[in-house]
Design a protein around this ligand. Structure first.
Ligand SMILES: [Ca+2]
Length: 128
């Protein structure tokens, strides 16, 4: 059984956006994913940063979140964007598994997760 490392929370600058920010890994983080609580990139946001670029390998354990509830985002996302060549696989249960929504191509913007019946459903995710 895998136990995921809980990412550290970023310190917020006074003049920064109000969105919550988290990073996966330790150094030189780059933006890989942004979740939104509303459709069409509206509502609250969660920005996810990774310490290394996404790669074509789907088994990269460096880019995954096993419990979005750790950040208050279990069953909450209604739209999302990926960045920096990353693709996402969404999972309904905690700790991955089925049902899941397949990998999207790079820079795929998902403005309405309801279209795939994935509105407020994702509980864990992988990025590649
Ligand atoms: Ca779920």
């Amino acid at each position: 059984m895998r136990i995921d490392t809980k990412p550290e929370q970023f310190a917020c600058d006074d003049d920064s956006e109000s969105e919550a920010r988290y990073k996966l890994g330790a150094s030189s983080p780059e933006l890989v994913l942004r979740l939104h609580s509303g459709y069409n990139y509206s509502g609250s946001t969660l920005a996810v940063y990774a310490s290394k670029p996404c790669t074509p390998a789907t088994d990269d354990e460096g880019h995954r979140i096993g419990n979005l509830g750790d950040y208050g985002w279990d069953d909450r996302a209604s739209s999302l964007s990926t960045y920096n060549e990353c693709r996402i696989k969404m999972h309904d249960p905690l700790s991955y598994g089925s049902p899941s929504y397949d990998w999207f191509y790079r820079h795929k913007d998902l403005r309405y997760l309801s279209r795939g019946d994935w509105d407020e459903r994702m509980s864990s995710l992988q990025l590649t």
